[in-house]
Ligand binder design. Structure first.
Ligand SMILES: [Zn+2]
Length: 312
């Protein structure tokens, strides 16, 4: 079975051809998500068409199209219900009509973090385990949950996917979601540059010599001994760890899968979070495992393959 799978992220759009559980062709496009979805459509269509052509795939062989989105998705009704800033015009956009008109196919939609966890559950680091949570540390912070072999969606499709928006700091800033002091507004790629610039120590820090401040810069300068970079790094590690302990207490996982751009910056993140969980999580049955995703960057594309297959 072959499908087209698209992961419409805030930073990149990833498109893949998936055949029998393997991604056989890939395209990564820069997402202009602040411009909305509609403006990006011709550009996405062209990339998918080129990918099909170059790989000799006839449209007839495509049995469905999976689309994962960074927002609250009505899986049954095939609609994006709400999104945090990016792709604002995609809310209530008729994805099914779009893919039907363009490729004569049927769309399956899901939240991106949930799709990534389903991908890892069937084809990656979640294999053989039916109690999983996944946390994506990237532009924002995403989460998703499988309990006793069931993907947690909830009545309004928001169960399990708002783990990045649990309050960690009641005196924190207002998050882009509207809540106060979320994991996402306390430590994510979205906010780290502003946090550095707002710090009184910024002018004395090497970070002030950089036009773009991201976690790669923070990790690098922290290794070089820059005190602001070290402070921000320690703060971020604590926020992510405490956030994950909250998720362990909420969802009772046997295994936690981590993914996201931030993990590419350092191998030190996993051991730090593992030690924190061992110290602070209340899990009298034992310790949940903490692992990195196996299908780095492509888990959501694979998860959509599984969902399309199930729908057919
Ligand atoms: Zn939030």
């Amino acid at each position: 079975m072959s499908i087209i799978s698209m992961d419409l992220g805030g930073t990149n759009v990833k498109a893949g051809l998936v055949k029998d559980g393997q991604v056989t062709a890939r395209r990564i496009l820069k997402a202009h998500s602040e411009a909305g979805l509609i403006k990006n459509i011709p550009y996405i269509e062209r990339a998918v068409d080129e990918m099909l052509e170059e790989n000799g795939n006839e449209l007839d062989s495509i049995e469905g199209i999976g689309i994962s989105l960074p927002g609250i998705v009505d899986f049954k009704g095939k609609r994006l219900l709400a999104i945090n800033k990016k792709y604002a015009d995609a809310v209530h956009f008729d994805f099914n009509e779009w893919v039907h008109k363009k490729w004569g196919s049927i769309a399956t939609l899901e939240n991106d973090a949930r799709a990534a966890l389903i991908g890892e559950w069937h084809y990656g680091a979640g294999k053989g385990c039916d109690n999983l949570i996944m946390v994506t540390l990237g532009t924002g912070v995403g989460s998703s949950v499988i309990i006793e072999g069931k993907v947690l969606r909830g009545k309004h499709y928001q169960a399990g996917c708002l783990g990045g928006h649990f309050t960690l700091n009641i005196n924190g800033k207002i998050c882009s979601c509207g809540n106060v002091g979320c994991m996402e507004s306390e430590a994510s790629s979205n906010v780290i540059a502003d946090m550095a610039r707002d710090n009184p120590g910024f002018r004395q820090s090497l970070l002030s010599t950089q036009d773009d401040i991201d976690y790669r810069t923070i990790f690098r300068f922290a290794r070089d001994g820059d005190s602001l970079a070290i402070e921000l790094l320690q703060h971020s590690l604590k926020v992510w760890s405490a956030g994950i302990v909250n998720l362990v207490h909420a969802y009772d996982p046997e295994r936690i899968i981590l993914e996201g751009g931030v993990l590419e910056s350092s191998a030190d993140i996993l051991p730090y979070i593992r030690d924190y969980i061992d110290k602070y999580a209340w899990t009298p049955w034992g310790k949940p495992e903490l692992v990195r995703a196996a299908n780095i960057n492509w888990a959501a594309v694979l998860g959509m393959y599984h969902l399309v297959k199930e729908t057919i």
